[in-house]
Design a protein around this ligand. Structure first.
Ligand SMILES: CC(C)(COP(=O)(O)OP(=O)(O)OC[C@H]1O[C@@H](n2cnc3c(N)ncnc32)[C@H](O)[C@@H]1OP(=O)(O)O)[C@@H](O)C(=O)NCCC(=O)NCCS
Length: 144
């Protein structure tokens, strides 16, 4: 489907690594407790991660929010592996999965610090999203 070196977590340990990376990158720096890195859509969502032997170094998730639109959430790359193309590969993989599921648009709530990353990948700002823990967000969309 793509050249992403990623796959869905399978074992309980792999799921632990998966959620741990989400928490460390997206929640811990803002003082949020473990558990805050999950939501009610986990069971319906498509999850991918890049694994090393003993950890996960990049993650992302897609879930449908209507018959034609998917939402990407929890994009995170470990600090030691930033800017090596992993985020781009996960994003392209999730977009391909959206097409495979006959969705024609993907949306996400981008942190302002990640706007340039998503813009580079063809997303455009379609609105403002709620500020979370003091981090301004923008709603972004892309036809896929
Ligand atoms: C956003 C994130 C997932 C990008 O992952 P990544 O693996 O570092 O990105 P890539 O290596 O695929 O980068 C692709 C391009 O985007 C650029 N880029 C990556 N992160 C960027 C950022 N934060 N700001 C500006 N440009 C960025 C890279 O320089 C690269 O550009 P190039 O192709 O011209 O060299 C990663 O920075 C991250 O986990 N950030 C912290 C968590 C976060 O903000 N997640 C998104 C929540 S909305």
């Amino acid at each position: 489907m793509s050249d992403c070196p990623c796959r869905s977590p399978q074992t309980p340990l792999e799921w632990d690594y998966y959620y741990d990376l989400r928490w460390r990158v997206l929640r811990e720096p803002w003082g949020q407790p473990r558990g805050s890195e999950r939501d009610d859509e986990e069971d319906q969502a498509y999850h991918v991660a890049v694994f090393t032997e003993e950890s996960v170094i990049a993650v992302g998730r897609l879930h449908p929010i209507s018959s034609s639109v998917g939402q990407i959430r929890y994009m995170a790359v470990s600090p030691d592996h930033l800017k090596q193309g992993l985020g781009s590969k996960i994003l392209a993989h999730l977009e391909a999965k959206a097409r495979e599921r006959e969705l024609n648009q993907v949306e996400l709530d981008a942190r302002e610090t990640a706007l340039a990353f998503y813009t580079k990948h063809g997303y455009f700002v379609s609105g403002i999203s709620p500020t979370k823990w003091g981090i301004p967000h923008r709603r972004m969309r892309k036809p896929v």
